[in-house]
Design a binder for this molecule. Sequence first.
Ligand code: SF4
Ligand code: SF4
Length: 344
Amino acid sequence: MWDASKCDLCGDCLVKCRYVDYDKERAVADIKSLIEGKDAEILSKCTTCIACNDYCPTGADPSNLIFNMQEKIGACPIVVVGKPVLELSAAALEDSAVSLEMTPGDPDKPVLSLDMFRYEDFPEGTFDSGLFSGMTVVRGHGIASLVGLVHMGGESFVEKYGQTVLDRLAGLGKPIVYLHNEGFVLAHVKARECGFKVDFEYTHLFEYLRDYLRDNRSDITRLDKKVAYQANCATRWIPEYDAFLDEIFELVGVERPRRTYERTDALCCSAPLIYTNRELAVDIQRKNFEDAVACGDDAIVTSCPVCDRVLRRPSGQFGLPKIFITDLCRIALGEKPWPEEPGI
Ligand code: SF4
Ligand code: SF4
C-alpha cells in the first residue's frame, strides 16, 4: 500500500521502468503530480507490471499510487478497455446470493480454487491429473482474486471486496490450494495490508506441487532440459515463493539458466497491452523470447493462464514450446510427453 512518508522522490521507480524512457527529472515530476492527486503521463504508459515496487529502494509501493490514480482518472487505455470485466466482477462480488461453481470431491482433501478462471483456461487434462486427484474444485467471479483486476483499472477492488472473497472461501470450511498465484496473494499479502481476517488454511500452488513431487519422487523421470520462466506479475509480492519453484525445477530435472529478463528484471507477459498497444506488446514478447532462445532454453514455463494464452503466438513464432507449470510436473511424472516444437 502506498506510503508517502517513505518516498524521498529519488525517481528510481520510473527511471528503471522498462516501458517508458524517463530521466530522473521526468520521473520525479510524474511521481510528484500523482502524490498531489493530478494526472501524469505514466498513467497511460504503465503496463501494470508491478516491477517498480522492486525498483523502489524504500518500500513506498509506487505501483499502488500509480494504479489508484489510473482508476481515479479513468482515462488511460487499460482502464477503458477493462471496464466491462470490472462491471461483471463487481456485480458478482456485490450479489450476496451469488453461487460458486463447484465440482465436489473427497471431503478429506483440500479444495482447489481457480479464482475466476474457467476450467478450460488450464491445460487439457489438468483436472484428471494425479496432481489434483479427488480434490473439490471451486471457481467463480464471486471468488475473484481481485489482485488481477488491477490490469483493468480495478486497484480499489482489493480493499472493497477482499474480505467478501475471503469469507466466501472460509465458508467452504476446508483448506484451500490456490491454482492461481493471485488468489494466494490476496490471502497472504493483501489481507495483511488491509487488515482482513483469513479464516482458513491456504497453500500456494508452488508449495503444493513441490510437496507432491517430493511425495512421489519415485515416479519422476528427470527431464534434463533447460527452461525459462515467465513469472505472473503478482509473484513480485511474494519473491520468497520463487524458492519453491527452484525446488520444483530441481525435482523434475530442469535447469533455469540465468538470462537478462528474469526475477527482478522479468518482463511483463504483455497481456495488459494486447488491446491497448499491440506494437509494444509484440516488441516485449520478441525481447522475452529472443532472450530465452539465446540462453539455450528448451521451453518457457508459465504459471498463469493469461500469460500462457498471450505467449501462444510468440511461442509458435520462435519455435519455443511454452509449458504450464502443472504440465511440467505431469511430463516428469509420465502423464504426458514433452511438447513438440510449436508451429506458427
Ligand atoms: S507498474 Fe510496471 S509499467 Fe507501471 S510504472 Fe511500474 S514498472 Fe512501469
Ligand atoms: S516511490 Fe520509491 S522509487 Fe519512486 S520516487 Fe518514491 S522512493 Fe523513489
